[in-house]
Design a binder for this molecule. Structure first.
Ligand SMILES: NC(=O)c1ccc[n+]([C@@H]2O[C@H](COP(=O)([O-])OP(=O)(O)OC[C@H]3O[C@@H](n4cnc5c(N)ncnc54)[C@H](O)[C@@H]3O)[C@@H](O)[C@H]2O)c1
Length: 386
């Protein structure tokens, strides 16, 4: 039920015809909040998001607006930014288009919420962060992996001291992305072209920066070997193109406290895991394996003592010796949860730590990963300040 005390907030949403913009941000977050009658505020009133859809294809936008009972859409970004009720600009378009659009939105006085990577390189990312700060607008960056149920449970284990001293983190992310010839590719082709802002290092190291730092410890160095395993792919029109961007990255990160993190990120691997991303954490007191949703643990007191003997078949069911960590909380869609936090930050000044500097730190790690690969050496990760 909406009441006269409720407040409406215009949100310019750019890139809503894309995979992330449509499914996670429009449907699963903003429309879901509207379907619940708006976001409940501390004073008991509600905040009702009013999306203004922006994109390049008028027919797609019109159809999308109609499907969801929305009236406001445009292919003219400047016109959307000039709407009198527009307070927030959200960007989920291709990475290469982001910096210019965010700059225009800041100049129009809007608060910024954006997908990652915030820009294609660190210079642009820092410029955005400084421009937003100087303009006095609020800014937030999507850091969705922190809100995955599996990683929330892992974080809870760390803060509860479950692991003792953490020794290592081993992450496996990825799945087979079809080349696009005999089966259509399940990811957009720009991801495989460096000149269009593609590449798995730029895409995924942004995530690994905040996952490692917020759950474990600051990242002090990176060593990365990238690869373009599949040099030719087929685009949305079925045309062949040169895949110029990296499609796999084999990264090693040193964290504070001597923790060694190794993370494989790959669009060229076939899944023999329970989830599309999994992290194994080994500590002196216990270990955990966390994925998107699940998290399982093995304590030192229940750790089996395997004895190496290749002459005999394995008799022990090693997976059976792990215990499921319960949710113990309601775990809503992570994108929606982060939207709610950001909107409360905008209208009620509640804290929101993941700003454009946090976004720039993600780009910094990606850039250093690419440099490490190019130079064949391990690189320190310097502190980043504005
Ligand atoms: N947080 C996450 O987990 C996550 C996951 C995937 C992608 N992303 C990010 O979201 C953004 C969009 O990724 P996506 O997978 O939704 O891509 P997509 O190709 O499905 O969507 C791209 C959007 O950008 C628009 N666009 C503007 N200029 C374009 C151009 N020159 N070429 C192609 N499209 C153009 C498209 O119309 C579309 O709306 C990227 O920055 C990506 O890094 C984040």
């Amino acid at each position: 039920m909406s009441s006269t005390a409720d407040r409406r907030i215009g949100i310019v949403m750019n890139g809503v015809t894309g995979r992330m913009g449509y499914r996670q941000h429009l449907v699963r977050s903003i429309l879901a909040i509207r379907a619940e009658g708006g976001l409940l505020r501390a004073d008991g009133t509600r905040l009702i998001p009013e999306p203004i859809l922006v994109g390049r294809n008028a027919a797609k936008l019109e159809a999308m607006a109609r499907d969801h009972g929305l009236e406001r859409w445009t292919t003219d970004l400047d016109a959307a930014l000039a709407e009198p009720d527009a307070e927030v600009y959200f960007d989920a378009q291709v990475t290469s288009g982001r910096a210019a659009a965010i700059t225009a939105a800041i100049a129009a006085g809007l608060h910024i919420y954006t997908e990652k990577p915030v820009a294609s390189d660190l210079t642009d990312a820092l410029t955005l962060a400084r421009t937003a700060r100087d303009a006095g607008v609020k800014a937030g960056v999507v850091q969705d992996k922190l809100f995955l149920p599996g990683l929330r449970k892992l974080h809870r284990l760390v803060t509860g001291g479950y692991f003792g001293r953490i020794l290592s983190v081993r992450g496996e992310f990825g799945y087979w992305v079809f080349e696009g010839d005999w089966q259509p590719a399940q990811r957009p082709s720009w991801n495989y072209r460096e000149e269009d802002g593609g590449g798995i290092i730029l895409d995924m190291f942004c995530h690994w920066r905040y996952v490692l730092e917020e759950i474990f410890a600051p990242v002090r160095s990176v060593q990365c070997l990238g690869a373009t395993h599949i040099p030719q792919r087929f685009d949305e029109a079925g045309e062949p193109y040169a895949a110029t961007a990296d499609d796999a990255a084999y990264g090693t990160f040193e964290l504070d406290g001597g923790i060694v993190a190794q993370i494989n990120s790959s669009w060229t691997t076939r899944v023999f895991r329970d989830e599309l991303v999994e992290f194994q954490v080994d500590g002196t007191e216990g270990s955990a394996v966390a994925g998107l949703r699940r998290c399982r643990v093995q304590h030192r007191s229940t750790t089996p003592k395997p004895v190496w003997n290749p002459d005999l078949p394995a008799t022990e069911d090693f997976r059976a010796g792990w215990q499921e960590v319960p949710d113990n909380a309601e775990m809503d869609n992570g994108f929606k949860t982060q939207w709610e936090l950001f909107l409360r930050h905008v209208v009620d000044d509640e804290p929101f730590p993941w700003d454009l500097l946090a976004g720039a730190k993600g780009v910094q790690l990606a850039e250093l990963g690419l440099q490490s690969w190019a130079e064949g050496r391990r690189l320190a990760v310097p502190e980043l300040t504005l």
